[in-house]
Design a protein around this ligand. Structure first.
Ligand code: SF4
Ligand code: SF4
Length: 330
């Protein structure tokens, strides 16, 4: 255990919850479409949960490993280059292929492209660049499976932090590649939130489907990956959202909801800012998340996250669909 470590329990974090519910801020039960509100991981003075957020971060930083991962000295990628004066003009298809190959050879495991929509931009921010390149970095599932973390075993939390840094480097290198080609580019590295609400943009860019645990499920890595993004005016062709049966699978699976200690995962889809979607009760999740240095149990236990399982599940779901269709035709 680290010298001087002070263990903070869920109850400590519960006491810091403000009067406003996080679910209200997230738009739970709101029928109208609307822009997302700045919330956790935004600058603490921009939302009602600032004190709680700072306490969660301070608790995490008692671990020297975590403090090092998120320190200014950590390698989170290069500084932005000056944009080249003349844009290198190529067809959008050519640029999309080039950019994806560049990202994959610079620490990204997943890359997809989608237009910037207003619904991806948090209220009070502006994002004038028309295209988004979403980057994903796979986590080592064996390391991730050591969650929930404690000060005596930080392997899971360290894996999350290391992969956030890798995703940050991938985005910053990609952004510099685009600036060197004479186009505007801005990197959005996690985990701190900025203008961009990354999950809906990543789903639109073909990364996967939203799972019952409120995280994405990808057809190769399940929920065992981290995101970053680059916004740009480089001409690019877009990817399409890709459904492969994860949403359907979640209807009959309860692995994450049974494993969640504070019972924060809703069993049914909820209406959130005008959309029916899977949703996690923020007010129940965050105190446990705080105590356990980022929890992550739900993404670690999700069957899709286990290496090698996703292709089998996809094939099984496809066979089931075919069987049901054949029965319907009979
Ligand atoms: S992060 Fe932990 S507490 Fe939050 S929903 Fe997932 S399992 Fe539950
Ligand atoms: S554990 Fe099951 S219900 Fe939860 S997200 Fe994964 S597949 Fe869906």
């Amino acid at each position: 255990m680290s010298d001087g470590y002070i263990h903070r329990t869920q109850d400590t974090f519960k006491k810091l919850l403000p009067d406003t519910s996080g679910n209200e801020v997230n738009g739970l039960g709101v029928e109208e479409r609307g822009t997302p509100q700045p919330f956790f991981w935004h600058p603490p003075d921009r939302h009602a949960f600032g004190d709680l957020q700072q306490a969660v971060i301070a608790h995490q930083h008692q671990s020297p490993d975590i403090a090092a991962i998120y320190s200014r000295d950590a390698d989170r990628g290069p500084r932005p280059l000056e944009k080249a004066e003349m844009p290198d003009r190529r067809a959008p298809e050519d640029w999309a292929g080039e950019i994806k190959a560049f990202a994959r050879s610079n620490e990204a495991d997943l890359v997809g492209i989608t237009p910037t929509l207003g619904e991806y931009v948090y209220e009070g921010y502006e994002l004038p660049l028309p295209n988004l390149i979403i980057v994903g970095v796979a986590m080592d599932h064996t390391e991730l499976s050591n969650v929930p973390s404690s000060i005596d075993d930080m392997r899971g939390a360290v894996e999350v932090g290391l992969k956030y840094n890798q995703a940050a480097r991938a985005a910053r290198k990609l952004s510099n590649r685009i600036l060197a080609a004479g186009y505007d580019a801005k990197a959005f590295p996690g985990p701190h939130a900025t203008a961009l609400n990354m999950i809906p943009a990543a789903i639109a860019a073909g990364f996967g489907e939203l799972g019952k645990h409120g995280s994405m499920i990808n057809s190769a890595y399940g929920s065992s990956f981290r995101l970053s993004a680059v916004a740009t005016d480089m001409p690019l062709v877009y990817d399409e959202a890709r459904a492969f049966g994860a949403d359907e699978f979640c209807m009959n699976c309860q692995v994450c909801s049974n494993a969640c200690p504070p019972d924060a995962i809703f069993p049914e889809k909820q209406t959130v800012r005008g959309r029916k979607k899977w949703y996690v009760d923020f007010d129940k999740c965050i105190p446990y998340f705080g105590e356990t240095f980022g929890c992550a149990i739900c993404i670690a236990v999700c069957p899709w996250s286990r290496p090698g399982v996703a292709p089998n599940l996809i094939a099984k779901l496809a066979r089931r669909r075919e069987r049901l269709e054949a029965q319907g035709d009979a």
